[in-house]
Design a binder for this molecule. Structure first.
Ligand SMILES: Cc1cc2nc3c(=O)[nH]c(=O)nc-3n(C[C@H](O)[C@H](O)[C@H](O)COP(=O)(O)OP(=O)(O)OC[C@H]3O[C@@H](n4cnc5c(N)ncnc54)[C@H](O)[C@@H]3O)c2cc1C
Length: 416
């Protein structure tokens, strides 16, 4: 069959789900068009490292065209998909129209501010390279401003850093930030009294790491305390104006930095499609990951609302997106052969989160680890999962350097 006659699979999103789908379709008799509004794949789990000046963006992002250079059945198009006509089978991207036989929607998520407009306006978030760099610039600038501020109250407000949301991203960010301050910035600002610096981790619920088992929650709290992170539980944020945090019990905290890690929802495109959405605006799928009434359309990853065996929706994790990608590719192959697609079943690979240098919590193969062993597992896994040999090597060298010398290498304040 001529290449042009092969079934056309369009994949929207070159994140974890889209990339995995595209790679796994390499030897299937289809043509693939992979679309993303960015020309790179971003390893989001390490975004907080960019925000705390530990890594530079090019170490956690990789150009899509380079990744697929040798995959002959794939074309990449950079652009934003704004509309999909499910009846006529085409997607609309920046004015052009691309027809599909099969469509994989892997558009991921975006920060959920739960309608808190003041927070959306004044808080920092970790969702893309731009937001991570803005956070890094701001953190470093707070130290610069504090270093020349004579008023003690104003200085303390500049040096109070609040992270909101004690899930894995918030815990990782708070732990790494505390370490950056005590081990690195302390050396850059020797005249500063570190007792004035506070890293707060605010959590609306009664626990850190709500989805983790109790033992690991306790270990996490202990590790955070060791790093001098001030964990505040049952602390529900009501308002933030760029200088003051207001909690639901009326308590106010003077702070010029609020990093919001308390929520994710499906990407905006999900709202434009006129299809059923559930919690966090995620698109409801069939057990086979197909869109109801549109068997040629699959939705995966953060954008998909898929209820697990325990009645709960699957979490927004890279591992979920990758396993779903694998299942969708298998189903497309089955459909090409005239067979029925199969239901998706998630295999939980465990839990893993780091809390600064030398400390992490993990639950793997039913066993819980904390401290150095968990951190070593975290380092190996994250380096292994980065795309590109050069990135792996450079990040390994970076982390080894930090490990031995407590020295973060990219403390640059850059103008946007
Ligand atoms: C700070 C942070 C830390 C995290 N840590 C972990 C972790 O430790 N472990 C873990 O398993 N998961 C972690 N996650 C979650 C993980 O990154 C996501 O679950 C995963 O990226 C979801 O994969 P996806 O393919 O659904 O979407 P994504 O990887 O987000 O990819 C979506 C892609 O779609 C593109 N896109 C969106 N809309 C459009 C459009 N309209 N047109 C064109 N392109 C579009 C985007 O540019 C993006 O490239 C973390 C996430 C964040 C933000």
């Amino acid at each position: 069959m001529a290449a042009q006659e092969l079934p056309h699979v369009v994949i929207v999103g070159a994140g974890f789900g889209g990339m995995e789908s595209a790679k796994r379709l390499a030897h299937t008799p289809v043509r693939i068009t992979l679309i993303d509004r960015q020309n790179y794949h971003l390893f989001q789990p390490l975004l907080y490292q960019v925000a705390i000046a530990g890594l530079v963006p090019s170490q956690i992002a990789y150009p899509v065209r380079t990744i697929f250079r040798n995959q002959k059945n794939l074309t990449f198009q950079m652009g934003e998909v704004t509309r999909i006509d499910f009846d006529a089978h085409y997607v609309k991207m920046d004015g052009s129209v691309i027809a599909y036989d099969y469509l994989i929607l892997a558009v991921g998520g975006q920060t959920n501010f739960f309608g808190l407009q003041s927070v959306e306006r004044d808080a920092f978030q970790l969702k893309n390279i731009e937001s991570a760099i803005a956070t890094r610039n701001h953190l470093l600038e707070m130290f610069e401003r504090a270093s020349r501020e004579a008023d003690a109250d104003k200085r303390r407000a500049l040096l109070t850093f609040a992270v909101v949301g004690a899930g894995p991203t918030g815990v990782e960010t708070a732990g790494a930030l505390a370490e950056l301050i005590t081990h690195v910035l302390a050396k850059d600002y020797p005249q500063m009294d570190l007792k004035e610096v506070r890293v707060l981790l605010l959590e609306a619920g009664p626990h850190v790491m709500p989805s983790y088992p109790d033992g690991l929650r306790k270990a996490t709290t202990g590790l955070l305390e060791k790093k001098h992170v001030d964990v505040m539980l049952n602390a529900k944020l009501m308002d933030y104006n760029g200088g003051r945090i207001t909690l639901s019990d009326g308590k106010q905290i003077a702070s010029h930095t609020l990093i919001w890690t308390a929520g994710v929802r499906a990407a905006e495109l999900a709202d434009q499609l006129g299809i059923q959405q559930a919690a966090s605006s995620r698109v409801v799928t069939e057990a086979t990951l197909q869109l109801p009434n549109h068997p040629e359309v699959f939705v995966i990853g953060d954008a998909a609302y898929f209820v697990n065996g325990n009645g709960q929706p699957l979490p927004m994790l890279a591992t979920v997106a990758q396993q779903q990608a694998k299942a969708v590719v298998k189903n497309i192959r089955k459909m090409l052969m005239g067979e029925q697609p199969e239901s998706f079943h998630y295999k939980d690979p465990g839990l893993l989160a780091t809390i600064g240098r030398n400390a992490a919590v993990a639950r793997i193969w039913g066993l819980s680890f904390s401290g150095f062993i968990a951190w070593a597992i975290w380092v190996v896994l994250h380096i292994y999962r980065l795309i590109g040999f050069r990135n792996r090597l450079v990040v390994l060298i970076n982390w080894a350097w930090d490990y031995f010398f407590y020295e973060s290498q990219v403390r640059l304040i850059t103008k946007e």
